[in-house]
Design a protein around this ligand. Structure first.
Ligand SMILES: [Zn+2]
Length: 117
């Protein structure tokens, strides 16, 4: 992998992977393609733009440290490169909204926060 740094390591970027064999695009980092099994997928940085596929509002904190953040929105976003991403979203987001990724601190790390374009 070239530069794998993204929000999971504290950098304000969103990465995805592309299979060199079958061209399948996927988001959850793996050492092989979930479609065809080929190894060494290419890691790329997404534009951060996409469309909301689903959204839900979290009212009950999953851990005590998250209580200060509730309610917060979790969204599934289809990024323009072709992968579906789970992330945080601004409270006003609805299905079909065009969005772009920002980032915010959450529970000691950095998480993607999508907002309307
Ligand atoms: Zn593949």
């Amino acid at each position: 992998m070239p530069d794998a740094a993204d929000w999971t390591t504290g950098k304000d970027a969103l990465n995805y992977q592309a299979c060199r064999a079958c061209k399948h695009i996927f988001y959850i980092r793996r050492a092989f393609c979930p479609q065809c099994g080929a190894g060494e997928p290419e890691t790329k940085t997404a534009s951060g733009r996409g469309v909301v596929y689903a959204e839900t509002l979290v009212h009950r904190a999953p851990v005590p440290e998250a209580r200060e953040h509730v309610p917060y929105k979790i969204v599934l976003v289809d990024i323009e490169e072709g992968a579906r991403v789970m992330a945080h979203g601004t409270l006003d987001l609805k299905i079909g909204d065009r969005v772009v990724a920002g980032y915010r601190p959450f529970l000691g790390g950095l998480v993607p926060l999508f907002g309307k374009i």
